[in-house]
Design a protein around this ligand. Structure first.
Ligand code: PHE
Length: 343
C-alpha cells in the first residue's frame, strides 16, 4: 500500500470515528489513537524512513497535512462537546441563592476548664508545678496515708464510692500529696488538679462529680503565715484585684491546725444570695499545716520539714467568677449554657 492509500484509509476511518464520538472523553481517546505516539498517523513515519531523499519532503508534507487536519477536527469537536456537556450540567444543577449559608460552629472551652486554667496559671506563676494522680485510687493514698485510720469517723465526712475493699474513686485531690512526697525531696511546691467523686445528694451547690485543685508547699520553716500569704496572693492574681477572705478553724485529719477559707460572695457583694446561702460568704478552700503523720507516710522527716496544703473546689470558683447559680449546669451539656463562656 502506498502512502496515499494509507492516508485515504486513515482519513475515512477517522471521519467515521469522529461521527461516532459523542462525548469529550471519546474525543480524548481518538486523539490518542490517531495522534498519540503509537497512533495511526505516527505509524506513517515508516514511509519517510524508507523513502528516497528527494521524495521525503513531499511525503513528510502529506503526513503533516493529515496531522493538521485531524488535529483541527478534534479541537473543534472537543470545544463543541465541552460546551454541550457544561450546558447539560448547569441545567441539572439548581442553585438556590436565597438559601442561608452554612454556619461554622466553633468549639470553645467548658467553663470548668476555663476556671481551672486560670487557677493553674495563677499558681504556676507563683512557682508551683503540676502533678497528677489517678481518679481510681487505693485506700492508702486517699485515706490511710493522709492520717485517716481505718475506723476514723472522718471517713464519713466524704461519702465514698468504693470499687472494692481497697479501691475507690478518689474523694479529693489530696491523694496526690503522699505520692509526690514519696518521689521528691523538699522544697516541694506542687499543684494537683483533677476530678473527684463523692456519694452526695445532688443539689444546686453540690454534686457527685466535681473538680479540685490541691496545692501544697513543703520546706524547712514553712508556717501558717506562708499559707495566708499564698492564699491572698493567689486570689489577687485570679480575680486581678485583692479579695476579702475569711478563715475559720476546721478539721481535716491530714492537717493540724486546719481551717476553711471563705471569700466574699462576688455575686451579691456580701449582701446575701442563693449561692452563698444568704451569708455573704462562700467557702472555697480547705487548708492547713500538713500533719506530721502525713509527712512520715511520704518519707519526709517532720522534725526537719513542715508544709501547708490547701484544696479548692473548681466548680465553686467557676460559679463565683461567672455568676452561675446551679452546679448541675456544668454537667447537663446544654449548648445554650455552654456557649456563653469565652476565654
Ligand atoms: N481535701 C480536702 C477536701 O476535699 C480539702 C483540703 C485540702 C483540706 C488540703 C486541707 C488541706 O475537703
Amino acid at each position: 500500500m502506498t502512502l496515499n492509500d494509507q492516508i485515504t484509509e486513515i482519513r475515512s476511518k477517522f471521519s467515521k470515528d469522529l461521527k461516532l464520538a459523542k462525548t469529550s472523553k471519546n474525543i480524548e481517546h481518538l486523539k490518542i489513537s490517531y495522534l498519540g505516539k503509537k497512533g495511526s498517523v505516527q505509524s506513517l513515519m515508516q514511509f519517510l524512513k524508507d523513502a528516497k531523499n528527494d521524495e521525503r519532503p513531499i511525503l513528510g508534507k502529506q503526513i503533516n497535512d493529515l496531522k493538521y487536519e485531524i488535529t483541527s477536527h478534534l479541537e473543534n469537536s472537543l470545544k463543541r462537546l465541552l460546551l454541550e456537556e457544561e450546558t447539560i450540567k448547569l441545567k441539572s444543577e439548581h442553585l438556590d441563592v436565597t438559601l442561608p449559608g452554612r454556619k461554622h460552629h466553633w468549639g470553645r472551652y467548658h467553663p470548668v476548664t476555663l476556671t481551672l486554667n486560670k487557677i493553674l496559671d495563677a499558681l504556676i506563676s507563683m512557682g508551683f508545678a503540676v502533678e497528677t494522680g489517678p481518679d481510681v485510687d487505693s485506700d492508702f493514698y486517699n485515706f490511710e496515708g493522709l492520717n485517716f485510720a481505718k475506723d476514723h469517723p472522718a471517713r464519713d465526712m466524704q461519702d465514698t464510692f468504693y470499687i472494692s475493699d481497697d479501691l475507690l474513686l478518689r474523694t479529693h485531690t489530696s491523694n496526690v500529696q503522699v505520692r509526690v512526697m514519696e518521689k521528691s525531696k523538699p522544697p516541694i511546691r506542687c499543684i494537683a488538679p483533677g476530678k473527684c467523686f463523692r456519694n452526695e445528694t445532688i443539689s444546686s451547690r453540690s454534686h457527685v462529680f466535681f473538680h479540685q485543685v490541691e496545692f501544697f508547699y513543703i520546706d524547712e520553716n514553712v508556717s501558717f503565715v506562708d499559707l495566708f500569704a499564698t492564699i491572698d496572693e493567689f486570689f489577687a492574681k485570679l480575680f486581678k484585684k485583692p479579695i476579702e477572705t475569711r478563715f475559720r478553724p476546721s478539721f481535716f485529719p491530714f492537717v493540724e491546725p486546719g481551717m476553711e477559707c471563705d471569700i466574699k460572695c462576688e455575686i451579691c457583694k456580701g449582701q446575701g444570695c442563693r449561692l452563698c446561702k444568704d451569708s455573704g460568704w462562700l467557702e472555697v478552700f480547705g487548708a492547713g499545716m500538713i500533719h506530721p503523720n502525713v509527712l512520715k507516710a511520704g518519707g519526709i522527716d517532720p522534725e526537719k520539714y513542715s508544709g501547708f496544703a490547701a484544696g479548692l473546689g473548681v466548680e465553686r470558683l467557676a460559679m463565683l467568677m461567672y455568676e452561675i447559680k446551679d452546679i448541675r449546669l456544668f454537667t447537663e451539656n446544654d449548648i445554650r449554657f455552654l456557649k456563653q463562656f469565652d476565654l
